[in-house]
Design a protein around this ligand. Structure first.
Ligand code: G4P
Length: 191
């Protein structure tokens, strides 16, 4: 997605070979027009995938997933990272280890929000090691639903997540694929 790549080059900042800072339009300050365009692009890419529900992981996945679900006219479900007192005992959880944060958390879903037979599209902001995506997949499959696609706004293809998901047979689409980066340079994969 050229618009997104231009924005990453203009405003993103590679802190090192692993971490790209995009707080100014994606992770903290959110450019709503760009997010709408991202939603439109995911809706186009997954139009023929028979999707019945979009899911994401709080917090930074919510904006692009909302835009996607809105354009596809589908319900959106947000997986939580912490159990709130408002959740009841029909919870299912998957442990996810975050390499970026070097700690584990429990990805949590109230089971009734994914129905047996649903075909789910998982949307997130970053795909790095793939741990969050595999956690989300396990929750979807435990609801007797299937994963119809995985969309990442930014994928760092030099990290293993993309290959792991493709090798497992999932349809993964990333709007900007970073082949390599380092302090103050970013190189995208050719489309
Ligand atoms: P993985 O899920 O693919 O295995 O990746 P990892 O554990 O490394 O990522 C954990 C968190 O770090 C996720 O956010 C992910 O979106 C974010 N992240 C990964 N790589 C980058 C990066 O290069 N730049 C930025 N800005 N974020 C990155 P999170 O902890 O769930 O945070 P949030 O969604 O609550 O904001």
């Amino acid at each position: 997605m050229e618009l997104l790549k231009e924005r990453i080059l203009k405003e993103g900042k590679a802190l090192n070979t692993e971490v790209l800072k995009v707080d100014m339009f994606l992770n903290q300050q959110v450019d709503t027009e760009l997010i709408d365009a991202i939603g439109g692009e995911f809706a186009r890419l997954f139009a023929d995938s028979g999707i019945t529900r979009v899911i994401t992981i709080e917090a930074s996945g919510i904006a692009p997933a909302y835009a996607t679900a809105r354009i596809m006219r589908l319900p959106l479900v947000i997986l939580k990272k912490a159990v709130s007192i408002a959740m009841d005992d029909s919870l299912i959880q998957a442990e996810v280890f975050s390499f970026t944060k070097q700690k584990s958390y429990q990805l949590t879903l109230q089971k009734e929000y994914i129905r047996p037979g649903d075909r789910v599209l998982i949307i997130d902001d970053f795909l790095a090691m793939g741990e969050a995506a595999f956690g989300a997949i396990s929750l979807v499959e435990r609801c007797d639903a299937t994963v119809g696609g995985i969309g990442a706004v930014i994928c760092k293809s030099h990290q293993p997540g993309l290959k792991r998901l493709l090798d497992a047979g999932y349809n993964v689409q990333a709007l900007a694929k970073i082949a390599e980066m380092g302090k103050d340079y970013i190189r995208f994969e050719e489309d």
